[in-house]
Design a binder for this molecule. Structure first.
Ligand code: EPZ
Length: 432
């Protein structure tokens, strides 16, 4: 995984309390799929509350590469897919963002063909697509791979009954988008249940799709002859919300995140409370008040939704390093999501990793240092550690954070953080 020149740096002065309100942006992990889903219908779809982040920019480049016309201003994006004529997702775009693979389902469903560069591995481990391909093959897709590409062809996809061997988010989304225009009915058992999947299903239904069971483990899709463009507002980003709630807690602060329904973070909030953070849930906002001196150790095991979200695992290691006692974090979703622990140890954490388990010895005092962001969520976690540390922390390769957090340091500054950005090279490395 290549890195940028390390010139993109965020300098954080730790020790200050964060307090105040921030409005969360639209969810990265919904917006990218909604953009892909717009390929299913000719014409202009409109998406509101789209976050202005690197991955959205990359997906925009991909849609334009396929022939779509995209306009994006003030969080509203229009995607005109009338002129889409290509079905190829090139290596340089897929390598930059693994979610490029999500155009496969829509392209095969509408055009009968998709040719996508294989997503490479990344910092989180091998990112297989076997479940995606097994489903598309079962629906009648002819799969061929070679020269680093995978190609799927089908005159007309047919509905299937499929049991996903793992509730993969991406596979559920790709197969949903393939099934909406297939002949007959598709039943996906053991489907992923993430809130972003529900958001995608809402958009697809507004396009004319026939979907039952969105957000449950069994989703039934009855294929329709065609879909029409639609308008949709992206739901709030639960991972961004959780990240900023932890920022407040680890600085002994009081932070409210607005534009999020607490129910999408149920287990995360349960764990925050178990650790000793005071959490107030409102209809469209969540408030957290923390005092690290009062934190106690809790164990975390990441699981598919509604389990503890893997995308908040790294961030949680910061309060657990401050809490009194020993915590056990088990990463069950990705094979290599502890890659950043060595950077956290440089800031004073004491963490022992063995396979997919990390033992965190708490009661630590963090001290500022130079650290490098290996990926998006780890980068955010290191920023949280810098906020809690004594002295200055310099985050390098911080453009990773820009892939998934809109105006990251600006929002931190709004909460009172001393955080300044220096330099910025275009990110040239692989995806989540
Ligand atoms: C989505 O990735 C998110 N990305 C990830 O967020 C998130 O961590 C993940 O879901 C789990 O919630 C986007 O939505 C763009 P998976 P995805 O398919 O779809 C294995 C972030 O930081 N698997 O549920 O790739 C796979 O290897 C990113 O925002 C197969 O074995 O997640 C992995 O171990 C990081 N075969 C596990 O399932 C397959 O065909 C989870 O993958 C597909 C997946």
């Amino acid at each position: 995984m290549s890195r940028d020149s390390g010139e993109s740096r965020l300098i954080i002065r730790g020790g200050g309390r964060l307090s105040g309100k921030i409005v969360v942006s639209g969810a990265k992990n919904s917006a990218l799929k909604l953009m892909a889903a717009s390929l299913l219908a000719p014409g202009v779809s409109v998406l509101h509350n789209v976050p202005d982040i690197q991955d959205v920019q990359t997906m925009r480049e991909l849609l334009e590469h396929l022939g779509a016309v995209v306009d994006f201003a003030d969080a509203t994006m229009t995607v005109d897919t009338a002129a889409v004529q290509s079905h190829v997702a090139p290596y340089e775009l897929v390598q930059r963002m693994r979610a490029s693979i999500q155009i496969m389902g829509p392209l095969v469903a509408r055009f009968g063909r998709a040719r996508v560069a294989m997503p490479g591995g990344c910092n989180l481990g091998p990112r297989k697509i076997d479940i995606h391909l097994r489903g598309l093959a079962g629906m009648g897709g002819e799969i061929r791979s070679g020269h680093g590409f995978v190609e799927v062809k089908a005159d007309k996809l047919r509905g299937i009954d499929m049991f996903l061997e793992y509730p993969s988010v991406g596979a559920t989304e790709n197969l949903l988008m393939a099934a909406v225009l297939a002949e007959g009915t598709t039943t996906l058992e053991n489907a992923a249940r993430e809130p972003e999947i529900v958001d995608l299903c809402k958009f697809l239904v507004s396009m004319g799709a026939d979907i039952e069971g969105a957000g449950t483990s069994t989703v039934r899709i009855t294929g329709v002859r065609e879909l029409h463009p639609a308008e949709h507002t992206v739901l709030g980003d639960r991972i961004e919300a959780g990240t900023f709630l932890i920022a407040g807690a680890v600085t002994g602060g009081d932070v409210e995140v607005v534009g999020i329904s607490p129910h999408v973070l149920d287990l995360f909030l349960f764990k925050l409370r178990a650790m000793g953070v005071h959490v107030q849930e409102n209809t469209r906002s969540i408030r957290a008040v923390g005092d690290p001196a009062a934190f106690t150790a809790v164990d975390i095991a990441t699981l598919p939704y509604p389990g503890f979200p893997t995308d908040l695992q790294a961030q949680m290691m910061v309060p657990l390093s401050l809490a009194s006692g020993v915590s056990l974090v088990t990463e069950n979703v990705f094979e290599k999501r502890f890659g950043f622990v060595d950077e956290l140890v440089r800031l004073g954490a004491e963490i022992r990793v063995d396979g997919n388990h990390a033992v965190i010895i708490g009661g630590r005092t963090l001290t500022g240092a130079i650290v490098r962001c290996p990926d998006l969520r780890a980068g955010a976690a290191l920023a949280l550690a810098g906020l809690a540390a004594e002295g200055f922390t310099e985050l390098r390769d911080v453009l990773h954070v820009d892939r998934g957090y809109e105006r990251f340091e600006e929002k931190l500054q709004m909460l009172g953080a001393e955080a300044e950005r220096t330099g910025a090279e275009p990110l040239s490395c692989a995806s989540d």
